[in-house]
Ligand binder design. Sequence first.
Ligand code: F6P
Length: 321
Amino acid sequence: MRIAILTSGGDAPGMNASIRSSVRVAKSLNWTVFGVRRGYRGLIYGELDEMGSRSVSNIIQRGGTILRASRCKEFETEEGLLQAKRTLEAYGIQGLIVIGGDGSFRGAVALSKVWEGQIVGVPGTIDNDLWGTDYTIGFDTAINTAVEAIDKIRDTAEAQERYFLVEVMGREAGFIALEAGLSGGAEEVMVPEIHTDLPEIHKRLMQGKQRGKTSSILIVAEGNQEGNAFEIANKLKTLCGSDYRVVVLGHIQRGGSPTARDRILATKLGAYAVDVLAEGKATVMVGEVKNELITTPLEQTWSMKKPLDPYLLRLNMVLET
Ligand code: F6P
């Protein structure tokens, strides 16, 4: 069998571990493997290189993606899709592994309508917002990075008796905010999925002050309905006169060496993607739910909305007191 692998959209720590696993498992089956450079852009422009087991040596610990990634607007056009199909046909590719998030999977489904080969998705995004897997590759590393930063901010917040607003990634999903907030002991967590009631937050912070709290850390997901961290700081200032220091963690959360958890998940899912291709399945995403490897139709990974864990949300409310 001849297969190709690409990484697309926002890169995530652990993508390399997934590439390594797919390449080595495919080579153990004597398949021919190509790496596509720069995601779908590489499919359009024919940027493919043959990969062997040695080409993925010493990458399990590296963040980013050796194949590079991009957000490719051209791939959203019919001509772009047809050009990608022509490239796949020219290389005789029968199976394509797409490592990415929901945008990448939307592209994969569009490609499946014009190309007859099998496409298997591997969930690679720090956002953890895909239905069909408990965790996505990169999420664990991202929350560990965020928590490390939150711990440092807490030191100075406590020393100076200040309030901090820390903005984490997640344009449409609050998974990073919730889990980084919970593990960083944040006083408040504001996620895009739930209405943010600033007067209520102010009230709770004042109650905390009366109980003897001298500093507080509020976590804001970048996609919060009340705006970004700077806008929320301004609104809180108008509401209660308090000054908030703002820290935007930004793309730091996307980089760095993947945690062991992410490497293991990536290794399992990269291998399973090859198994699924061997079984003849197509247009599915591999995932792990309750410790079991499963497949989910690609379209469901974004059409079904993965909810934030209600238990963690409730717990956060109790613990922040
Ligand atoms: O999807 C991953 C992600 O890091 C989001 O959390 C964030 O909103 C977005 O990508 C940022 O994208 P870009 O790097 O293209 O600005």
